[in-house]
Design a protein around this ligand. Sequence first.
Ligand code: NDP
Ligand code: 2IT
Length: 444
Amino acid sequence: MSYVDEVIELVVKQNPAEPEFHQAVKEVLESLRAVVDANEEKFRREGILERLVNPERQIKFRVPWVDDKGNVQVNTGYRVQFNSAIGPYKGGLRLHPSVNLGIIKFLGFEQIFKNSLTGLPIGGGKGGSDFDPKGKSDREIMAFCQSFMTELCKYIGADTDVPAGDIGTGAREIGYMFGQYKRIRGLYEGVLTGKGLSYGGSLARTEATGYGLLYLTEEMLKCNGKDIKGATVCVSGSGNVAIYATEKAQQLGAKVVTVSDSTGWVYDPEGIDVALLKEVKEVKRARLTEYAAARPSAQYHEGRGVWTIKCDVALPCATQNELLLEDAKALVANGCTAVAEGANMPTTMDATEYLQQNGVLFAPGKAANAGGVATSALEMSQNSERLSWTFEEVDSKLQNIMVNIFHNLDDAAKRYNAEGNYVVGANIAGFEKVVDAMLAQGVC
Ligand code: NDP
Ligand code: 2IT
């Protein structure tokens, strides 16, 4: 059996009931086959793949907090410190009822390669909790965040592990967590990114994932003789990534006609009104039904359905496994020419293969959504030098990073005779730097 197949089998056996983690490992290792086969003896001797798929450390802890009725609630917190070969652990905190160890491990594993692709010195990590922020009061959110950080603060620091936002964790949650870290540890340091601008946050971090997604998509289209300008775009999700992807797509001359949330989706043939979307989602924290109620051109539909709308470009920006084989078929049938993942692993493996086999340009999340963590690393740089850069400065660095990422994965794919396969390109380009650092640092 090949080394890749052996390690995939081992991961499934050693990590039962973690399907998302298995999926992420399979996708990465399958596409590294050419590199691993070429170095099989050395990689086996060094245990490279076994080390890569085993987190350096995983922390699981109790998060007790008091709700508004005076009752104690108990959630589970996680931080998986996956790989520190190229820098301190870096990755977001997800607050969603679906969170479990397998989800955090899949996200942490992806983060290793994503962070490597940014070209910046950040290792891979991820954390979160099964806490559901929906419907909670501000006080309850604060109580949860303070309790979560009371435990997490023992394991993180500006030079060891720097968490940030993800699903359910935005500026409000980061603020409460930062305050608690400072209070317990007595340190005013860049231990979290995505901070508010008045206490060390970076301009353009809020926009970075969505904007970065569009910078990479624009470059991918350009290099394949296509243009984002004039394109019809379907976006899923209506959170941080979806909102700023929509905003940048429209700034670049595309028309975004859909957004969604976990209960339904909106089709707005006149183009999504971003100001209204921000008001509904960022200010009121309301459902998309409110968007539809305030916008005569918008139709609201319950359930799933975004990918049935005809588009040139599809940008899944909600969550994992939200674009299935049947969706891929609908997109291809409707003439879609490019899919770029704003979310982490939103496309299932069979859907990805179908899209690629049918000539759809496909940019995987670890490349396409790397602008968020890249700008987090820029926030870390600003915190270290105790200075703040202008919006334009950060945004132009972000643009350069995303364009470079695209060319790195394009080149890596070409080097391994997989031209145009950006999944292979992203995994190889991300892997090469991490493995080089791991080999140089000896057995650790
Ligand atoms: P938000 O919490 O801001 O928004 C999440 C959006 O996705 C909401 O519209 C939410 O709907 C929807 N959603 C979440 N879970 C589900 C589900 N199970 N089914 C259907 N819809 C769902 O998160 P972000 O925008 O920050 O994150 C979106 C994706 O992008 C995630 O995969 C995240 O890991 C990834 N990402 C985020 C980065 C960042 O900087 N924030 C960076 C890189 C990747 P509802 O409100 O109904 O729950
Ligand atoms: O998935 C991701 O890259 C993020 N949620 C952002 C991580 C970060 O550290 O900014």
